[in-house]
Design a protein around this ligand. Sequence first.
Ligand code: C2O
Ligand code: CU
Ligand code: CU
Length: 488
Amino acid sequence: MNRRTALRLIGAGVAVGAGTAGLPWLAAEGQPGRVLASRLPLPRPYQRPLPVPPTRTGSAIRLTQRVAVVEILPGVQTEIYGYDGTFPGPTVVSRSGQPLTVRHRNELPVPTVTHLHGGHTPPDSDGFPTDLLLPVGGGATGTGHHPDPAAVVRTGERDHTYPLAQRAATLWYHDHAMDRTGPNVWRGLAGFHLVHDDEEDALPLPKGDRDLPLLIADRSFAADGSLLHRAHGDREPGVLGDVITVNGVAWPYHEVAATRHRLRLLNASNARQYRLALDPPGGGLVQVGSDGGLLAAPVRHDSIDIAPAERFDVVVDFGRYSPGQRVDLVNRLGDGGTARVMRFVVGSRAADDSTVPARLSTVEPLPTPKRTRAFRMGSLDGVWTINGAGFDPVRPVAMPALGATEIWRFTADVHHPVHLHLGHFQVVGRGDRGPGPYDAGWKDTVNVRPGETVSVAVRFTASRGRSVIHCHNLEHEDMAMMAMFAVI
Ligand code: C2O
Ligand code: CU
Ligand code: CU
């Protein structure tokens, strides 16, 4: 069944009973997807230094989305779609409470939508998937299978206004165009957006070049060096690459002073999940922040499970290693090349006045809500569904009141990292237990594992209007695993 037929069936209200039978790729632990093998020889790891994207500040920023040629694999030219022609895009640095306007210009050959992931952004600037920005000079297309009379389609340039009335956090921006988010992000449309505030500035955490954003993404390459992706097939499980990139370079290395460093880990992969650890382990990964900023208190991990779109801010004390030592960031869910991420080469000892305080911030639990809504993440033949239906940009699946707190309960057939726009939430339970080891603090994406139920408490305070909830496995999202909700 093709997608059009499947959507027609959904439209006709066909009952859903798809289980996980006959989904052989479930066999790979933690990997909801199928590897796309590169068709050129892959390099030895740790040959090239880690790039750190340039930062952009100010109250008005311009970004041009364009085609560029970059070197992701050593000596191989790869064409990308990039914000200002780079992958990752420039790191936008903003200040809590200070509004920011970003003017995007689309010089790509495809329509795009830019979303600030984790931003508490009103609907007109959030990046609703049908609010397309068509390429300069016009050309292709409407909203395809998803007719949306409310969509605001523009051509060439548009402004996004971000109030940023939110706490310090590691956010990211990426493409969100209806039906093409997977290929657009795979080609390079992703970058960091760091929000700072006074509370965080006052903490003695590592700063400056000891505060490193690390955008982790897997990719695959065609024989000519171009990026390889897979067209959407029926119930596409997710595209996995066999090359792990960090900040746009395959398996980089980074020289660090033998001091504490803050690593802002972002899983910007389309579908791949990682279990990140240090080898040798040293003092482990001390988590200080999650998707929505600082935790109340640090949490020490031997390894961290990170699903697509999740962020973990961790402090690593390289002072525990000897100068000259190599410390690898590894992926315990990978094998061969995908078990490696990057290497740190520990340099000489240096002054270090940073510490990780026992108290970081205040995370007040949300009041116990009265209302619970259930969202079943599943599938129907060719498409991925929420509560049995594929994406409909017009019909809301929920209409929470502005400021109300609700429990949203997600169940999953296979791995689905569930993401909500507009606000952050707190995980209150997994199955009949409390939150898991990676659920602390304010989150905007939560990994729901096969057969699991995850409950989150959420309060929508940012603004009224329509927004989306979706799976952040981008191939699932593009195959309709998204739903519109409206804050009223
Ligand atoms: Cu990171 Cu709706 O997206
Ligand atoms: Cu988002
Ligand atoms: Cu999914």
